[in-house]
Design a protein around this ligand. Structure first.
Ligand SMILES: [Zn+2]
Length: 132
């Protein structure tokens, strides 16, 4: 799918047919500070539940969000993962979508982190600086 940037009109191409719905798949998603990478994990990942308990990632309190953000390693390209971060245009860096606090739909950027996609329970731990 293509997302046309409302600011510069450029086309941002994603290898997905439509925005993914985190609620249907019981997933959490965060963008990095640059807004060009996505971190996706399972709501039921044990390493995630160890941090905040059995809550869906889009339903966390600000205090619970802060626990997750503090436990995460930096994004591969630098900067942090944050619940407040939004997806951004590859050309002009204007927002082209919303953060997990405002939308259940997400965009999956190339080279994103998908611990769950590896098919091993507990892979969220690999995204934490406390993990291995
Ligand atoms: Zn743009």
């Amino acid at each position: 799918m293509n997302v046309i940037c409302p600011a510069c009109g450029d086309s941002n191409e994603f290898a997905q047919p439509h925005p993914y719905h985190a609620g249907f798949a019981n997933q959490g998603f965060l963008y990095n500070d640059a807004g060009t990478l996505t971190l996706v994990w399972s709501s039921f990942d044990p390493a995630y539940e160890e941090l905040v308990g059995q809550f869906h990632p889009w339903a966390l309190t600000p205090a619970q969000r802060a626990v997750i953000e503090a436990a995460l390693s930096s994004a591969p390209s630098g900067g942090n993962w944050s619940f407040a971060n939004v997806p951004r245009c590859n050309s002009c860096h204007a927002p082209i979508g919303e953060s997990i606090t405002s939308s259940i739909y997400y965009l999956l950027y190339p080279d994103s982190l998908q611990p769950e996609a590896a098919g091993e329970p507990g892979r969220f731990r690999s995204a934490l600086h406390t993990g291995a």
